[in-house]
Structures are given as C-alpha cells and as structure tokens.
Write a protein that binds this ligand. Structure first.
Ligand code: URA
Length: 239
C-alpha cells in the first residue's frame, strides 16, 4: 500500500502539494470514486492503471516497469551525452519517475533496434551480468565483403580488441550476403561489434540489434516507437 500523494509524486505527476490540489479537485479517482485525502492508501499492483485515473486518464504504470523500444538513429542512450536521448521519446513526466528509468546496456547513437529501458535494478543487472550469458544479436552492414575467415576468428574465444587485455568470448557470425551478417555476442564491451569488424579490417556502415536472448524486436514497432514489455517477453530474454 502507498499513500496516493507519494505514489503520484514518484510517478512524476508533480510535487506532493500539486497532487494534493489534484485530489482536492477530485481529479484522482480510484475504483470509480474520487480519492478524498492525499494521504489515503492504495495497493500498488500491476493493474493500477485500470483502477486509477488522474485527470480522466489511466494512471501511469507503477514500478517495476520495463519498456521495449525500437531505438531510432541519432538518439543517445545516456542522460549525460549531448543530443536527443531515448528518454525524450517517452512521456515527459517519466523523466521525473522515482525509481528512475535506465537503459539496459547502450546502443550507439548510430545503432538502431531493440533497446530495453527499466526501473527494475535487479532485472537490469541480471540482463547485463556476464554470468547470465544473455545473447544479443546484431545485423551488421559492411563496407567491404566478408573474406571468409571472420566466422572462425569470432568463434575462437581468442580475438583481442585494440587496447584491451582480455580476449573476447566466442561470438557467432552468420553471413547473410557478401556485405552483411548477423553477429551474436554475449558481452557488452564498448562499441564491441564495430570494433570486432574493425579488427578484421572491415567497417560497419549500419548496425541494428534485432534480438536479446529469444526476444525479437517486434516487426510492427517502427523506429522511435515503444511499448511496455510483458512478463512473457521478459522471460524470453533468459531462455
Ligand atoms: N556494438 C557496437 O559497436 N555498437 C552498439 O551500439 C552495440 C554493440
């Protein structure tokens, strides 16, 4: 159970004072009846948006919340980097949510595809932990033709990236044509895919992530679109 004013403040609806005013104006409705007191307690359950409205709209989903996004080109994954961020594609109010939302790993500004954003710390750590071995699949478009030795080099478990001291874990390369391939990796090193091809003397001209574990980017999700990840989809990540 949580106090309505604290719950809505943590969902980014405003200060507790502002929320008290919403309550006073009967703009917060729970189970069909206006909430009478900002200190009233309500159960925080996943079905909250079907039970509570704020100014006639379903309340935002409470934590834990995970978003599946089709990251478009030219947006960054960090709050700190300059430029438009993926968080700006979400409702503005969500930037004030507590706990805050973070991307699960990062995609470069010029990488597109499946991106997860969550306020669920344990889930985030489970996905990025090297112990989980969650596979991430990328579609890489290349400047030069594949030469044939890349599959073995990437699978070897001995490939070293420039200025690193530990070899890369084995990765699976599946050529699609002469200039494109799927590459599946289980680590998340800085610019890893681009640097792997650079180590082969090639250059990635376009990069798109289409799968995390057994979770694929939904075909009907256009670049820049997002939706809430379901529990079934969440489980696919680890299967
Ligand atoms: N590897 C890269 O080089 N860039 C990404 O965005 C993701 C993986």
């Amino acid at each position: 159970m949580a106090r309505v004013d604290r719950l809505l403040a943590n969902l980014g609806y405003g200060s507790r004072r502002e929320i008290a005013q919403l309550v006073q104006h009967k703009q917060v409705v729970f189970d069909g009846a206006p909430v009478k007191d900002p200190g009233a307690k309500v159960p925080i359950t996943p079905d909250l948006p079907s039970r509570m409205t704020v100014v006639d709209k379903p309340v935002d989903p409470p934590a834990p919340l995970t978003i599946l996004m089709h990251k478009p080109l030219d947006v960054v994954c960090s709050h700190k980097e300059t430029g438009r961020s993926v968080y700006e594609l979400l409702p503005r109010r969500w930037q004030a949510r507590m706990p805050g939302l973070s991307t699960i790993g990062r995609l470069d500004k010029d990488t597109t595809g499946l991106l997860l954003i969550t306020d669920d710390g344990p889930f985030l750590h489970r996905v990025i932990s090297p112990k989980s071995h969650v596979a991430k699949r990328y579609l890489a478009s290349l400047d030069r033709p594949l030469e044939g030795h890349e599959v073995e080099a990437f699978a070897s478990g001995t490939l070293m990236l420039e200025s690193e001291t530990a070899p890369l874990a084995p990765a699976r390369l599946e050529p699609i044509g002469s200039h494109s391939a799927h590459l599946t990796i289980t680590e998340g090193r800085y610019h890893q895919v681009r640097r792997m091809f650079a180590a082969m003397g090639n250059h990635v001209v376009a990069l798109h992530r289409d799968r995390i574990g057994a979770l694929s980017l939904p075909a009907d999700l256009e670049p820049g679109q997002w939706r809430i990840l379901t529990a079934d989809e969440q489980a696919l990540i680890f299967s």
